[in-house]
Design a protein around this ligand. Structure first.
Ligand SMILES: [Zn+2]
Length: 306
């Protein structure tokens, strides 16, 4: 089975990109899978519903997947607490260590040990998703480069990687807005995370150069059909592109874990840029974000004028 993993930092358009890819036959977008246990089972945060509108424990997909990966003798809550504890050892800052220590192809699969069962749980979860959904490809938009770094070591998984990048000033503005489903971040906090997550995503892309591409949000919304065509090629899919020439896509239902509320949208949808930050981001935050992100702004081809 194949896994397409989206790396980068939040508020970069990964939810809509994943949902567009899910319109390809045999492809399922699961949203931010990493948060299935913390948000979906343990109910942390206010963004704990599946994209189908149900709680994850009642959703026809996640209720089966959660049961499939729950070890005998552990309740769903106990297992979720185990998984969240295991994930602590696989944070973004651990990406480089994981890439260095990645086992060679044909290695022995990782065991489900009490100390760190996350790699085996992740592999088992992808497998259960593919079976329950009848999918050959799972799109995971969790954006944790540390998890992307694990994929080449998971048995039976052929991985590819999309590093999605958005102008950090747009991202900072988005984080500054009050949202019902998640907390706010300052421009400084968002940009520090933007830098760290993007550097980690670059490390994954460098290690798996032949199976990775990077894509700017601004290029995705400018030419959605072209950007999606590049990703479909990376996935080894040669069928029709779900994005029409006019930049619209017909969105069906999905079973995404957390992510932007636009995941609840259905029907014919135009992929377009949210440009509000150009006028609404205050000058001090704009200047601070620009200076902090300067080296990567240049690398990604963004405006560097303060
Ligand atoms: Zn669902």
């Amino acid at each position: 089975m194949k896994v397409l993993y989206i790396t980068g930092w939040c508020r970069s358009g990964s939810t809509v990109l994943g949902n567009v890819l899910a319109e390809v036959p045999g492809v399922v977008h699961v949203g931010e899978l990493r948060f299935l246990w913390l948000n979906g089972v343990l109910g942390s945060g206010s963004n704990a519903r599946c994209g189908c509108g149900l709680n994850h424990r009642e959703c026809p997909v996640w209720s089966r997947v959660l049961e499939a990966v729950r070890p005998d003798g552990r309740t769903l809550d106990q297992h979720a607490a185990d998984v969240v504890a295991w994930q602590e050892a696989h944070r973004t800052r651990h990406t480089w260590r994981t890439l260095r220590n990645a086992p060679p192809p044909g290695h022995t699969p990782p065991g489900r040990t009490p100390r760190d069962g996350w790699p085996a749980t992740l592999a088992a979860t992808y497998e259960a998703i593919a079976e329950v959904c009848g999918a050959h490809t799972v799109v995971d938009s969790s954006k944790y480069a540390s998890d992307a770094a694990l994929l080449s070591g998971l048995p039976g998984i052929e991985a590819s990687y999309v590093h999605l990048i958005r102008d950090p000033r747009a991202v900072a503005w988005s984080w500054m807005q009050p949202k019902e489903y998640t907390g706010r971040r300052s421009a400084l906090n968002s940009t520090l995370h933007w830098t760290g997550f993007n550097l980690a995503a670059e490390a994954v892309g460098r290690t798996h150069r032949a199976d990775a591409l990077h894509l700017r949000y601004e290029d995705l919304v400018r030419s959605p059909a072209g950007a999606v065509a590049d990703i479909l090629k990376l996935m080894g899919y040669s069928g029709p592109n779900p994005v029409a020439a006019d930049g619209t896509v017909e969105l069906g239902g999905n079973h995404t874990v957390t992510g932007n509320p636009n995941r609840f949208g259905r029907g014919r949808t135009l992929i377009r840029e949210d440009r509000r930050w150009h006028t609404d981001l205050p000058r001090p935050q704009r200047a601070a974000t620009t200076l902090l992100a300067l080296p990567l702004l240049r690398r990604y081809g963004y405006e560097t004028k303060v």
